[in-house]
Design a protein around this ligand. Structure first.
Ligand SMILES: [Zn+2]
Length: 412
């Protein structure tokens, strides 16, 4: 099966296969071809170039992309898409003046989601999560990481991870699963935190590894959640089961989470709303991808990740949604890219790099996703006719996507 796309106004994010991420000043460069063609063979990109050099080939399907821009699908490396119900009441409570921490202290927050999840069957949880996955696919996401962390019981965590596995099997989108048993302490362990950590390490992890349900291990390292020492203990246990760390750090406070992530070769450290000069220094020259979640900053009215300082220091940066019921009930990567430009002063080129190739890196899939490269997955966004790719962040409330290609096929 061969698909030929012709007359592409501009084909974005052309990379050689040896580029797995871009950092610092390289982030301002977005390699493109104007007036381009692209060839897809089965599920892979097999050729592309300028229309002047269009080869004479027999395609099964030809798509005329006149006036339209094509880019690799968004790579959303941080989500909590699998959850039950919603937390719209807390949203209204916050409008009325309560803080995120006050709501959490009243039994709201993550524990509220955990209660709902444990009362919901696996079938119903799958049904609700599937709707969200379909929505983010239509919004241009072609690879997504999904975390557990609303079970906080052995059965609840396994239920979430089984739902993620079922989504992976049933949808043509790349999915990576992360075990986040250390998302919050359940209230029955409030006075015996060691016992919950023992449960994570000695009961949850062996079962998860046995069923091969997770790729990564995550911990919410923050005051009131997991300390640096607890984080280190849990990620070390995950590493023993072959799960690379991807951790929540520096959302509200800088307490040493980045340091423990870097020391344990975390694939990514995520949130980073609060960054000290030492935190930025620590990340230099490492294999750990910093990940910013601007929709979360927007929704909670908390600081944005200091992208300019980090890029100036030579760091790479990835962008993700953090789609979750409490702090970011949105999986829209187009909004993330726009918000990164508007609020974090990233250029459109930097934001698109952060949401494609660097997002793929933060999921460990940049050899197969995140750029227009021969041999990579044909997961593409075809825009409506637009004047230039600046429209993607500029027209921040508009849906500019005309069609989606996943695994080489038009997704409908
Ligand atoms: Zn998160």
């Amino acid at each position: 099966m061969t698909t030929l796309i012709t007359n592409i106004k501009e084909l974005l994010q052309i990379r050689n296969s040896d580029i797995t991420k871009v950092s610092g000043t390289e982030m301002a460069i977005l390699p493109t071809i104007k007036n381009a063609y692209l060839v897809i063979h089965n599920d892979l990109i097999s050729d592309f170039g300028s229309m002047e050099n269009l080869p004479n080939l027999k395609a099964d399907t030809t798509i005329d992309a006149c006036g339209k821009i094509i880019l690799p699908s968004w790579c959303d490396s941080h989500t909590h898409i699998v959850y039950a119900g919603n937390r719209e009441q807390e949203f209204v409570d916050r409008i009325n003046g309560l803080t995120y921490e006050e709501i959490a202290n009243r039994g709201g927050g993550i524990l509220n989601s955990a209660q709902k999840l444990n009362e919901t069957s696996e079938e119903e949880l799958y049904r609700q999560s599937e709707e969200r996955l379909k929505e983010v696919i239509q919004l241009g996401t072609g690879a997504v990481e999904i975390k557990s962390g609303y079970g906080l019981t052995v059965e609840g965590e396994l239920k979430m991870l089984r739902v993620i596995k079922k989504l992976t099997n049933n949808y043509p989108i790349a999915i990576k699963a992360t075990f986040l048993g250390a998302h919050a302490f359940p209230s029955q362990f409030k006075d015996n935190k060691k016992a919950y950590i023992d449960l994570i390490i000695n009961e949850m992890l062996p079962k998860i590894a046995n069923e091969n349900l997770a790729d990564f291990i995550d911990v919410f390292c923050e005051n009131g959640y997991f300390t640096v020492a607890q984080t280190e203990l849990i990620i070390a246990a995950g590493i023993r089961y072959g799960l690379q760390p991807k951790i929540h750090v520096n959302q509200f406070n800088s307490i040493g989470g980045i340091q423990v992530g870097v020391q344990n070769k975390a694939l990514s450290v995520d949130h980073l709303e609060v960054m000290t000069p030492e935190d930025i220094e620590e990340l230099k020259g490492t294999s750990t991808m910093p990940v910013a979640l601007p929709s979360c900053s927007y929704f909670l009215s908390i600081p944005y990740t200091p992208a300019r300082e980090m890029i100036k220091a030579g760091l790479p940066l990835a962008l993700a949604t953090d789609f979750n019921p409490g702090s970011t009930p949105s999986g829209n990567m187009n909004f993330v890219v726009a918000t990164a430009c508007i609020k974090m002063k990233m250029t459109p080129e930097e934001a698109i790099n952060a949401a494609t190739i660097n997002g793929a890196y933060a999921m460990g899939i940049s050899s197969t996703h995140g750029s227009i490269t021969i041999g990579k997955k044909a997961n593409l966004i075809i825009t409506k006719p637009i004047p230039s790719y600046y429209q993607i962040p500029y027209a921040f409330g508009s849906n500019l996507i005309e069609s989606i290609i996943l695994d080489g096929k038009l997704y409908q």
